[in-house]
Design a protein around this ligand. Sequence first.
Ligand SMILES: [Cu+2]
Length: 128
Amino acid sequence: MKLVKTFLLTLFAVVTVQATQAQTVAKSKDKAAGTEQVKLKTSAVCDMCKARLEKSLAYEKGVQAAVLDVPTQVLTVTYRPDKTSPDALRAAVQKTGYDADAQPADARAYSRLPECCKKTNAVHTGGE
Ligand SMILES: [Cu+2]
């Protein structure tokens, strides 16, 4: 009986190790595909901001996808770390006229935004 128990334990250990190895392989495969995700807090306020930011980021080098969640103002960017970096992505957001995390929007880009998209717009501070 003890032998059976030992056998089962060994079997269990082998299966566990194999499962772990399989996971490692899957992980490095993901890395080969080569994308990472970063979430940037922006100052976007509406669907126009969403369209503007997503379009602007789509043209950035190394960006595969950019999705802005308007209620939380969080821009989720899928990018290739060998082509760009979170810093470059933040700079792209600033260049579009929006804050990126703690970094303030580029003043000139911000001044070109339509009135309704500015941070100070009362419409957007009331929480629609
Ligand atoms: Cu807007």
